[in-house]
Write a protein that binds this ligand. Structure first.
Ligand code: Z5A
Length: 211
């Protein structure tokens, strides 16, 4: 069985953190050895870049400068954490990856997909997840959830139009690569969201492990 690289994506307050725990328990039930990691971050160096990206600051951050920092962190993470884990036979579950860059920098910051694809090829040469769970929710609902949870970071402090563009870009990615994406309606009650995730995720695990 080929170790799988799985990512979880979605806008603010979609419930990635909440549902990661469910995914971890499904993998354990299926006796799969795995690590959980996140982006931006996943190594000490990349976690420092995460701080730079998320901290609120007076200075306006140029969108391309932000994009290059995201990929600097990602390259380090892929080489130091993700590829070694996969090579040792472990599955990797990652909270956000390159689809987030298409959504936030491509959509939210309006840099478009082409520039991101070019840098993606340069940095990662086509390396991408085997499966991606996209939790999709209306940004109004997501932001209400995120605001209840903690102080808003630099991204969460954006205007609603930014989050609408992020959502549209994620949905575009999902329709462009429908085989890789599992899309779940995360606007439902948590019980129903988790029922849907369990169904699609178990089906996916069965497909991979019974090949
Ligand atoms: N970023 C970027 O710009 N470009 C990139 O390439 C990458 C990232 C990789 C950090 O991400 C930021 O980096 C991110 C984009 C940018 N923007 N921001 N901010 P992050 O993943 O660390 O941050 P986040 O999006 O804020 O994720 P989070 O803090 O982990 O939130 P979440 O996982 O989506 O939600 P949650 O904490 O699980 O749930 C939020 C609350 O809602 C919580 O109280 C839950 O109990 C509740 N909840 C969850 N599901 C439900 C349902 N179904 N019903 C009701 N309530 C619910």
């Amino acid at each position: 069985m080929q170790p799988q690289f799985i990512t979880i994506e979605g806008g603010e307050g979609v419930g990635k953190t909440t549902n990661l725990q469910l995914i971890e328990s499904l993998l354990k039930q299926n006796r799969i050895d795995f690590i959980v990691t996140r982006e931006p971050g996943g190594t000490p160096f990349a976690e420092e870049i995460r701080e730079l990206l998320l901290n609120k600051r007076q200075e306006a951050v140029d969108p391309v400068a932000e994009l290059l920092l995201v990929f600097a962190a990602r390259k380090q993470h892929v080489e130091q954490t993700i590829k070694p884990a996969l090579a040792s036979g472990q599955w990797v579950v990652c909270d956000r990856f390159t689809d987030a860059t298409f959504a936030y920098q491509g959509g939210g910051r309006e840099l478009g997909f082409e520039l991101i694809e070019q840098i993606n090829q340069l940095a990662l040469a086509g390396f991408k997840p085997n499966k991606t769970l996209l939790l999709d929710v209306d940004p109004d609902i997501g932001m209400q959830r995120a605001a209840k949870r903690s102080e808003l970071d630099r991204f969460e402090s954006e205007q609603m139009a930014f989050f609408e563009r992020v959502r549209a870009a994620y949905r575009q990615r999902a329709s462009d690569d429908a085989e890789r994406f599992m899309v779940v309606d995360a606007g439902q009650d948590l019980v129903n969201v988790q029922t849907d995730i369990t169904t699609v995720f178990q089906e996916y695990i069965d497909g991979v492990t019974h090949d």
